[in-house]
Design a protein around this ligand. Sequence first.
Ligand SMILES: [Zn+2]
Length: 296
Amino acid sequence: MEFKIKYNKWSNFLFFVEMLSGWNTRLSPSSICNYWETQFGKLSSKEKNALNLFKRACINYQHSKNFFREAFFNKENPWQYLKNNMSLERYNILYNAYQVLKNKFKQIYETDLSKIKSWRSVLPVEKNEKIIFKKLNFLYNTNLSFDDQSVDVYIMLSSPKRTDALAMQNSKSIILELSQQKQTPNSIKHVMCLIWHEVIHLYFERKYYYQLIQKKIANKKKQDKIKELTACSLFPRGVLAQDFFGLNHNLQNSIHYKVSKLASEKIVNLSKKYIREKQYFDESYIKRINLIISRF
Ligand SMILES: [Zn+2]
């Protein structure tokens, strides 16, 4: 398992626009946008308009997310790539947004660049990764080879209040909203636990466990919630974060904002029981976690 820690200007530019335009709703746009506004002031109506057009041009584009990720994450010159691969009209909308917003972006990115670099220098935390991988292979009933897996981890801008991560299934990569997070021995470990949480989503839960959930639980929202809470019971605040990184804040905080502290505790204990008794996640685990969610 190789963690390739990366950063680049263009992936951050896409992130910047996604956040400001409200295109990306999976991370935490309001926290970061409010923070940016304290840095560069309110957006003008010209800037807001350019962002709206950018968002619309992207949303209506076929295979939208992957295409734009490819352009901004993997190409040295995304503009050339976009120009070659989309209509001129659409390209002009995107490029215009860049022209309108580039100074504000530059201000934020250049301020945070040394922080991004500093995070890159301390990640990944090389600690027990083979044993962790083996544990996950066992719990999720998979048979993945440690040596064959690798994941690209992109460090992104963030607000001082929040650190978050998101797995991108198609490109087997993770984005980490991180720059403003203070570096302490524990925060570095916590970020590593966030990465492991996303690695579960990318590699471990899809082959067997999620399919089992789909068989047992009819409601799609509930399926996703169970899948998410299972991963949360291990990392970043769960039992494996405790076992391998010595982080036991799971007792003070809920493992996920959608469940109570009491439910969190019960779910973590359930996973702990499975780990201690050397059992992988099975039907009965799903039933029990489902019961916990509905009762507490
Ligand atoms: Zn998750």
